[in-house]
Design a protein around this ligand. Structure first.
Ligand code: SAM
Ligand code: SF4
Length: 330
């Protein structure tokens, strides 16, 4: 079967599916306090529609799927959906990104559904700051969720920390050192520009290089040379004899567009060709008007063909995209 390859010879084998725009938190860099205008339920793709797209994408070379949101664990039926995905022949890697609030409750069921690993977003381990950053008082639940996920056998448990200058950079070492006492993979993500109320300023974004220097100055990080893990664009390191890892993801300072293998599907059925481009291809209409698989397939190929070479965050012409991460699916 013909594979999804874009105009720049990049093989597209990774699909991110956002299953909902709803969320039980309101992170300052992602949503305004009142939340965002919710997409009407009838506009959200049903699970059978998502599975149809996934099946067609897998038939054309997608081997990795990440389920995200909004907060994926707030959508009813998510376990059954993940079980159906994990049973899909040809799909080699299935993962989930969550804010961890409901992880304790769902960890065993997630494992039972066939999920292998989980990414948990956590930006502060101080209760007051967690409240300020997420506008929710759920730190204890997230920390318990991390433990429960590990105990349930989800491996590795990755912790994603978005670092914002003047907000949480004083916790970078605490986060990095978590990998010395627990087998977690702690990853630092550069703060990216989206259309959020708080606004993005370049000087609030600490680069991966700066973050690594901060850590190295206290204890040197050793590069991880084993490439078997599912690191994606993360640069991987570890401390000597540590059970866990430390990673850096630098979408702003050193973008990885040249090796981008992703396509994103929003919860209302739009294929996005790049996280930072507002170019969207509507796939929902075809799913609902009785179109054949060939038509859906054609739209997937069209999205891949329209993938831009790279984002333009670092150029003067860059415009923040109109959707926030919660609507795109991070
Ligand atoms: N609700 C889930 C969560 O928070 O993990 C999944 C969706 S969330 C949109 C996915 C990821 O996007 C999170 O790790 C979050 O920290 C990240 N994110 C959202 N806005 C961001 C921004 N402006 N810069 C960097 N990362 C961002
Ligand atoms: Fe919700 Fe995730 Fe956005 Fe935070 S980052 S508001 S948890 S979707």
């Amino acid at each position: 079967m013909k594979k999804l390859i874009d105009a720049y010879e990049r093989k597209i084998d990774y699909l991110r599916i956002s299953v909902t725009d709803r969320c039980n938190l309101r992170c300052v860099y992602c949503m305004p306090p009142e939340g965002i205008g919710l997409i009407e339920s009838k506009e959200i793709l049903r699970y059978e529609e998502l599975l149809r797209i996934a099946r067609i994408a897998v038939a054309h070379g997608v081997t990795k799927i990440r389920v995200t949101g909004g907060e994926p664990l707030v959508r009813k039926g998510i376990i059954e959906f993940l079980a159906a995905l994990s049973a899909m022949e040809g799909l080699e890697d299935l993962s989930l990104t969550t804010n961890g609030v409901l992880l304790k409750e769902f960890a065993k069921e997630l494992k039972g559904a066939g999920l292998k690993r989980v990414n948990v977003s956590l930006d502060s381990m101080k209760r007051d700051r967690f409240i300020k950053m997420t506008r929710g008082d759920n730190l204890a639940q997230v920390l318990e969720g991390l433990e429960e996920a590990h105990m349930a056998g989800l491996r590795p448990v990755k912790i994603n920390m978005v670092v914002i200058k003047g907000f949480n950079e004083d916790e970078v070492l605490d986060f990095a050192f978590m990998s010395k006492s627990k087998p977690y993979h702690v990853r630092f993500i550069e703060y990216m520009p989206f259309n959020t109320q708080e606004g993005w300023q370049r000087d609030k974004c600490l680069t991966a290089k700066q973050l690594k220097e901060m850590i190295d100055a206290v204890e040197p990080l050793i590069p991880v040379t084993d490439t078997s893990g599912s690191a994606g664009p993360a640069r991987r390191y570890k401390f000597k004899d540590a059970p866990g890892e430390v990673g850096f993801i630098s979408p702003v300072s050193e973008h990885f567009c040249g090796s981008c293998n992703r396509l994103r599907l929003t919860s209302d059925g739009k294929l996005r060709t790049c996280l930072f481009s507002d170019n969207e291809i509507d796939i929902r209409k075809a799913l609902r008007d009785g179109s054949s698989d060939e038509v859906v397939e054609h739209l997937l190929f069209k999205a891949v063909a329209e993938k831009p070479m790279g984002h333009q965050i670092n150029e003067n012409i860059f415009k923040k995209c109109s959707r926030t991460m919660s609507l795109i699916g991070g």
